[in-house]
Design a protein around this ligand. Structure first.
Ligand code: NAI
Ligand code: 15L
Length: 269
């Protein structure tokens, strides 16, 4: 897709941390940016539309998607939570987005997937887009479902998707693991733009990481995106490394998903 061909871009999860970043950085070059979340958002500025919408409500999402050419889908529960919460926001939510896309002729979607789709691979093991998925919880399972769903909508209806397995996208890495999984906000924006505007996207799985010294993820299968990260976690190493390392027997230090691999279970009383 060329920038000129996107008349209205839908950004879900616009009230969230990455939504706020992309609201600012995607606005240039986008004719109309439709921003959506279930949480309150800043009022619409020039070239913006603000629509409050719960992703779990199919009719509301159908209306939300109407008139959009492309979608950046960030909305949903972004951490490990009880299954019932994940079911509504993430599993039903992503289905509603793709059904809306099918019904209203959206041709391209950038889906915020997560490293927690592959969280039970060992730290230090290098994996690529074709590796076996090893979700590390209900949250990772919901992203795995979103990836499979998007593959189905590409095979069946030709809707192109980039599933971005985001590592850790924060202003700076917070611990040793994030020195490896960190994705700067600048590189996040660049990656999303590459996904939106690559001439041919098909169905692509790409790991969202900056040019960090050490990597567990191999992005060669996504070379057609032309994504070249500019940042590295290296300037933060001296700040993070003085903290004592986790015990080697701690699952959070053994698996790529870090602390997510030991979240839960969530008992209902
Ligand atoms: P966030 O939690 O700050 O933002 C998510 C937004 O989704 C929130 O504003 C929330 O109100 C909204 N949302 C939740 N349930 C909803 C519902 N039922 N209907 C409508 N909106 C709903 O998360 P963040 O960090 O901005 O992440 C954005 C996306 O990227 C998420 O999908 C997350 O899973 C994914 N991701 C983020 C990573 C990171 O390092 N920040 C790493 C991997 C994936
Ligand atoms: C995620 O998927 C979460 O949304 C984010 O809050 C981080 O915890 C990140 O993964 C991570 O693995 O560091």
């Amino acid at each position: 897709m060329s920038e000129q061909r996107i008349q209205r871009l839908l950004l879900t999860g616009a009230a969230g941390a990455l939504g706020k970043v992309l609201r600012e950085s995607l606005r240039p070059g986008t004719a109309t940016l439709r921003l959506s979340d279930v949480a309150p958002m800043a009022p619409a500025g020039p070239g913006e539309e603000v629509v409050c919408c719960d992703l779990a409500v199919k009719t509301a999402v159908d209306e939300l998607v109407r008139g959009c050419d492309a979608i950046v889908h960030l909305g949903g529960v972004s951490v490990e939570r009880p299954f019932e919460e994940i079911l509504e926001a993430n599993i039903k939510g992503v289905f509603h987005i793709y059904e809306g896309a099918r019904r209203h002729g959206v041709r391209r979607i950038v889906f915020a997937s997560s490293n927690h789709v592959i969280g039970f691979h060992r730290q230090g093991e290098v994996i690529d887009a074709d590796c076996v998925k090893r979700p590390d919880g209900y949250y990772g399972l919901s992203k795995s479902y979103g990836e499979d769903l998007s593959r189905f909508y590409f095979d069946r209806y030709g809707i192109e998707t980039a599933c971005v397995r985001i590592g850790s996208s924060f202003p700076e890495p917070k611990d040793r693991r994030m020195l490896i999984t960190w994705l700067s906000y600048r590189d996040l924006t660049s990656l999303v733009r590459c996904c939106l505007f690559a001439p041919a996207l098909g169905h692509t799985i790409v790991y969202g990481m900056s040019a960090n010294r050490d990597a567990w993820w191999d992005n060669r299968a996504a070379a057609h995106l032309g994504f070249v990260p500019q940042d590295s976690s290296e300037p933060f190493r001296a700040k993070v490394e003085p903290f004592p390392p986790l015990d080697p027997s701690d699952p959070a230090s053994r698996f790529q998903g870090g602390g997510f691999v030991k979240a839960g279970p969530f008992e209902t009383s």
